[in-house]
Design a protein around this ligand. Sequence first.
Ligand SMILES: Cc1ncc(COP(=O)(O)O)c(C=O)c1O
Length: 384
Amino acid sequence: MSSQKPLCMMPGPTECSDDVIQMMSTKATSHTDPHFAACFRELLKNLKIVFGTSTGQPFVITGSGTLGWDQTCANLLEQGDDVLLLSTGFFGNGFGDCMKAYGANVDKISAKIGETYDMEKVEAALKSKHYKIVAAIHVDTSSGVVVDVEALCKLIQRISPSTLVVFDSVCAAAAERLYFDRWGVDVVIAASQKALGCPPGVSIVMVSQKALETVNNRKTPIHAYYVSWKRWLPVMIAFEHKKPAYFTTPCVQTIMALNLSVRHLVELGMEEVFKRHKETGDKFVKAIRSIGLVPLAVSDNVRTGAMTAVWLPQGIALPDLLSKMLSRGITISGGLFQGHATEYFRVGHMGVSATDPSLDYVDRTIAALNDSLIEAGYNHKSRL
Ligand SMILES: Cc1ncc(COP(=O)(O)O)c(C=O)c1O
């Protein structure tokens, strides 16, 4: 076992900065505390900067990333609504299941493993039927494939401008570019525990005014309680004005920790944050390629800088690699694609691991990977 600090290098939850972790153990604090209200206000303001919006409405609610799916579906969907789902992996399929649970008719265009969807098929689908929502996963954490948000938004605006554009950016937020206002996105779903640099516990959804109008114009009531944006909107607006408000008890410490991690991002500047994620991803992939390993993402154009999914070399068993990494103090993940889950592994290199140049987390992960593979019997002429 390494004497160094153990590292969580899976694609979320990720490593956080020390001050963010310390914020999680501050004294019991009321959600009506003026200090908490000030933190919440700062967080709401900075999340708008992270997503490039002045008009979007943030919803910051206690829960995990999946809660963002439920928020979106419960508020925007009514029985029988048509949705076009663009799936690039496990989380795309899960989001589709969530939509069906709220009564949507889901037409799905699926990409092959490691690829993005075919835009010609998307165009044909948009011309064949009016969809209330087109939804895609910005980075599917099962494959590490990033989709072209801007191109999809442009296509939808050209062919079906009233359609709402929804992105699950749980694994992409603060790692991959998304300019909410400029590109015309209607909903972005994120979570605290990935590139936003905080422990799990906060669901974040940014919603356009157009999407909020859709909620107001529903023919049927929202069939949900906890996730109803009508109940949360007054709370968010109150906190935006530094006034505490209550609908349910927020996870006070995690929200204060998230405020700190998001403040660090905004202080660094989002362009710099995106650039450092890209550089870190490139560095990781260069290292694994140098010993003959191959990422799932079929080309660098569709490969995210937030994480990498890597095919296992022949003869190396996933549980063996994971346990050898763990014995070196480093947690990474196995695969998620149905039928292929044991054929590849996934490494997260997002958040502070990418943005803080004083941390050697990615270097340590690369070194541990090299040693673990050698120990597992992998024989390649060059080494990491
Ligand atoms: C792209 C994506 N969407 C949704 C989720 C679900 O988030 P959570 O596990 O926080 O509920 C995840 C989790 O890893 C994810 O990577």
